[in-house]
Design a protein around this ligand. Structure first.
Ligand SMILES: [Zn+2]
Ligand SMILES: [Zn+2]
Length: 348
């Protein structure tokens, strides 16, 4: 078979690799679509993978090609996606159902071969069936959608509050949609990119605020009767966005950081003191799993894509490439003139 093999920085080659065969508890999937996640960029451009050569790709969908001999309930030809985490199921955290925190996990597309390939074998436990009306492209968005939903679980979300979504990228837009689905008084998306904000509004945000506006904090406070936001989901991971999350927080708010930080961050005593003065709860969220594996994040995403309460829009994808041209897709990320505004999708 052929696969997009990453050999190091800016070196992805579409080439022949050994065929894969499902072990007795595995399913072989013929890959139809695979997204490029933000986490794949350092793997392909900054020597950020665990080892090379590696086939990247963990946001994918396809058709069941073959099943191992112990696999029950999954049939050849079914449309599926798969959770990329392969937990050990034995460590202390796995036993508590905190699979994202497993001490000894593997991960499809980073610690083991991923889905930027014609075929991939995954544990049957990881397979999630797609409903008839769910497309392969939606299937490739399952993982980001589950990451957004996991943050609601971790942030002890309860309906009827004011919700702020910081960042209007894929994770932010799904988080906004989960706030609507789970119920909220008002959900507001904050971002700098006009198109992101426009899409957020079209997909259901009650309000959007451009953080390029000098008075954006004031605008935001006015939307909450001056109280601030009860739940904040920070999906950008930038210094400025983390800092203004603290400012936007209501007293006793719940703030959840989803975005992965890329820079050092320092706070003035005044900025830091907001944690004390507002007694807000600050947590992080990692990946998208709960008990029973892969978790309600995956079940809900499946259900909500099937009944279309989770809205899909083609603009969630910035560009689409044939998988054979994966190298050209990764080149976009080293092109300083390219403003990447959504997932890049590889199609087979
Ligand atoms: Zn991802
Ligand atoms: Zn474990």
């Amino acid at each position: 078979m052929k696969a997009a093999v990453c050999y190091g920085n800016n070196d992805v080659r579409w080439e022949a690799v050994p065929d894969v065969f499902p072990k007795e508890d595995e399913v072989k999937i013929k890959v139809k679509a695979c997204g490029i996640c933000g986490s794949d960029i350092p793997r392909a451009t900054k020597m950020g993978a665990h080892s090379y050569p590696i086939i990247l790709g963990h946001e994918f969908s396809g058709l069941v090609e073959e099943v191992g001999k112990n696999v029950k309930g999954i049939n050849v030809g079914e449309k599926v996606t798969a959770a990329p985490l392969v937990p050990c199921y034995e460590c202390e955290q796995c036993k508590k159902g905190n699979f994202s925190l497993c001490h000894n996990y593997s991960f499809i597309g980073s610690r083991q071969q991923g889905a930027m390939a014609e075929y991939i074998c995954v544990p049957a436990k990881n397979v999630v069936k797609l409903s008839e009306n769910t497309t392969f492209e939606q299937g490739a968005l399952f993982e980001p959608a589950t990451v957004s939903l996991h943050a609601f679980n971790i942030n002890q979300y309860e309906p009827n509050g004011y919700v702020a979504i910081i960042g209007g990228g894929t994770i932010g837009i799904f988080a906004m949609q989960w706030a609507k689905i789970l119920g909220c008084k008002k959900v507001v998306v904050f971002g700098r990119d006009k198109e992101h904000l426009k899409l957020s509004k079209e997909l259901g945000a009650d309000e959007v605020i451009s953080t390029l506006d000098e008075d954006f904090i004031e605008q935001a406070m006015n939307l909450t009767d001056g109280k601030g936001f009860d739940y904040i989901f920070e999906s950008a991971g930038a210094v400025a966005t983390i800092k203004y999350s603290f400012k936007l927080a209501a007293k006793k708010a719940h703030i959840c950081l989803i975005g992965t930080p890329t820079n050092d961050i320092t706070f003035t005593p005044r900025e830091w003191d907001l944690i004390n003065r507002k007694e807000f709860i600050l947590t992080g969220s990692w990946m998208s799993y709960s008990n029973p594996f892969p978790g309600n994040e995956w079940e809900m995403t499946k259900k909500c894509f099937a009944d279309s309460c989770l809205k899909f829009d083609d603009r969630l994808f910035y560009k689409k490439f044939n998988m054979k041209s994966a190298n050209n897709a990764f080149d976009l990320f080293i092109n300083p003139n390219e403003k990447i505004k959504g997932r890049i999708l590889l199609l087979k």
